[in-house]
Design a protein around this ligand. Structure first.
Ligand SMILES: O=C(O)CCC(=O)C(=O)O
Length: 346
């Protein structure tokens, strides 16, 4: 196995260390869930119980897992096997679809989080194929010709996941006490991005991270992962890192920065990171559910009144995304921009 190059080595205070905390992250079972309007009193009370569980988890953890989510196992298996085949190709072949400073979609193996290189390879694509961040910057998908089924597998995955993400969004919004569909219009034709993450086994997993600690800038992240594990979440209770149980039958869901703003700070975007290991490669596949770039996110009107003033200034998604992205691409010599920069002091 190759040695770890110095560019990957973290300052000692950010190395993974020992994590003893067991996973207390809520697992919410959506079995039997009628996604459309609840008709009978039983349906209504079932929906209310799910909404309550989601609200509690969002407030307490900013993270939860959902099982019996309705996305077919075939879709998940196909995206995983195509991704593994792709990441197994020679570097030269993968770099034919490399991501560039102008177009953030495609393959990349030099991403920085917190200005240090992550021990990972990624492939990013947009659920909508093409998105205009501003008239000068248009992102488009770069599909590899190899493996041949890659594109279809990815498209099927993003379509199924976007449909699920709308439903989870509605439950989250309802749990805030606002009309369930209050935010949906921002996500029609939105800028949702999917990432295929491949973390190779590492000779010195104690010195590096697959992804350094970070918060997600989007609205919600829904993540499928294999059984290897490595995702850790910073607990709000005690500031300790907690391992997320790796379940192939679940999606890990986390609150992103935009929901933090829309919820007027009731739900917080939580720091998380990925540890790697010396024996097994790991695959994960997050979907960063994101609105149109034109969206200005501001605390939902239902949550703001004289006694509860807005805690955030409106955040323009295109601007915020661009600022955060620049720091992933090269070391700007300063910390990445954070959503707290939009907080209003009262
Ligand atoms: O691989 C994981 O479990 C999490 C990945 C992640 O946090 C990211 O890609 O931003």
């Amino acid at each position: 196995m190759a040695e770890v190059l110095p560019v990957f080595v973290l300052p000692s205070e950010h190395r993974p260390g020992q994590v003893n905390s067991t996973d207390g992250i809520p697992v919410i079972d959506l079995k039997g869930w009628h996604w459309e309007a609840a008709e009978s009193p039983q349906d209504r009370s079932y929906r209310e119980s799910i909404v309550r569980q989601i609200g509690d988890a969002a407030q307490e953890w900013g993270f939860f897992q959902i099982v019996n989510h309705g996305v077919s196992q075939r879709v998940l298996d196909e995206v995983e096997s195509s991704a593994r085949e792709f990441f197994d190709l020679d570097l030269e072949e993968k770099r034919k679809v490399t991501r560039t400073a102008d177009n953030a979609m495609g393959y990349f193996d030099m991403e920085l989080t917190k200005n240090v290189r992550d021990w990972k390879e990624v492939y990013d694509y947009l659920a909508c194929e093409r998105a205009e961040i501003d008239p000068k910057q248009v992102f488009t998908n770069k599909w590899p010709s190899n493996p041949p089924e890659f594109r279809d597998a990815c498209k099927n995955y993003s379509a199924a996941m976007e449909a699920l993400a709308f439903k989870v969004l509605e439950l989250v919004v309802e749990s805030l006490g606002a009309p369930a569909k209050a935010l949906n219009e921002h996500f029609v034709g939105g800028s949702t991005r999917v990432r295929l993450n491949f973390y190779r086994k590492c000779p010195s997993p104690d010195l590096v991270l697959g992804v350094s600690r970070h918060k997600d800038g989007c609205a919600l992240t829904l993540l499928a992962q294999d059984e290897v594990g490595g995702l850790q979440v910073k607990s709000k209770r005690n500031d300790q890192w907690v391992q997320v149980k790796a379940r192939r039958d679940a999606f890990a869901v986390n609150i992103g920065d935009l929901i933090q703003v829309w919820s007027n700070g009731k739900y917080q975007s939580i720091e998380h990171r990925v540890v790697v290991n010396s024996t097994r490669d790991r695959f994960s596949c997050p979907v960063f559910f994101s609105p149109t770039y034109a969206t200005n996110a501001a605390p939902l009107p239902d949550l703001v009144n004289e006694n509860h003033p807005a805690k955030y200034k409106p955040v323009n998604w295109a601007e915020y995304y661009k600022m955060r992205r620049d720091g992933n691409f090269k070391n700007l010599g300063k910390p990445n921009v954070q959503i707290d920069n939009w907080a209003i002091d009262h």
